[in-house]
Design a protein around this ligand. Structure first.
Ligand code: GLN
Length: 249
């Protein structure tokens, strides 16, 4: 593949939204592009920046505590229209946990409401207890089950037309009861899966890269990579969780 191909990532508020190694997702995207001869430019968006998404291919928002979500929410709302235009135009947006919650209309914490971006028809309210532990999800965007770690007080409720990212095989997911995890909307992937998400889930990483390639270069075909290590890590985690599942039955 010609090295003139370039994809640009906008990493939003990495200094605040970086729970459980979420920034590692950016490293994975970069390496998987570079291994294929696609150059990758990463722009970190900080609190005082007013980014444009005109040249961006993949935007990424990590997870954060309730406190950090309160801090970024006003900033995010100030770029809401640009982000909405990006999403509606098929821009790729990956969002994890606290970032995922902010894609929706609101995050209700008791009497307090953190306003979200309303990019996807969903909302979150806080419940008890926190939903904590390892998680495995079956998703159409990955040939392997998506594995990782979740820790959230929020329960996310999807609007009727919104597709979940997948079905919970082990763990809690969106609300601990629906069996649904995350959301898919256009080229947006929202999920509670930290870990970080992408190192052990190369299928999800390539889904994001392929969608960005399709939009920018009209090709979604990606050169296969040797994922032996990643797939072994994925399988080790999945087998462990399924063995636990057996014990819980
Ligand atoms: N603060 C949010 C919650 O507890 C998100 C946490 C996270 O990003 N892990 O629900």
């Amino acid at each position: 593949m010609s090295s003139t191909l370039t994809l640009r990532i906008a990493h939003l508020y990495p200094e605040l939204l970086n729970l459980y190694g979420d920034s590692g997702n950016i490293l994975v995207l970069r390496k998987r592009m570079e291994w294929r001869g696609i150059s990758c430019e990463v722009q970190e968006v900080h609190l005082d920046d007013h980014p444009s998404f005109a040249d961006v291919d993949i935007a990424f928002i990590g997870g954060g505590s309730d406190r950090e979500q309160r801090i970024v929410c006003d900033r995010l709302l100030s770029v809401r229209n640009e982000l909405a235009a990006f999403v509606e135009d098929g821009g790729v947006l990956g969002a994890v946990c606290g970032g995922y919650q902010l894609l929706g209309h609101s995050y209700l914490m008791g009497d307090e409401e953190v306003r979200g971006l309303s990019l996807v028809d969903l909302y979150t309210d806080r419940g008890s207890p926190r939903l904590i532990g390892n998680i495995a999800v079956q998703s159409r965007i990955s040939a392997q089950p998506v594995v990782g770690y979740e820790n959230h007080g929020g329960r996310t409720h999807l609007g009727s037309g919104v597709e979940p990212m997948g079905r919970v095989l082990h763990g809690h997911g969106n609300d601990g009861v629906s069996g649904e995890e995350g959301c898919l909307y256009k080229n947006v992937v929202g999920t509670y899966v930290h870990g970080p998400l992408l190192p052990k889930n190369p299928g999800v990483a390539d889904y994001l890269i392929a969608r960005a390639m399709e939009r920018r270069y009209a090709t979604s075909e990606l050169e296969p990579l040797d994922d032996a290590m990643e797939l072994a890590a994925n399988k080790a985690m999945f087998d462990r969780l399924m063995a636990d599942e057996g014990k819980e039955l």
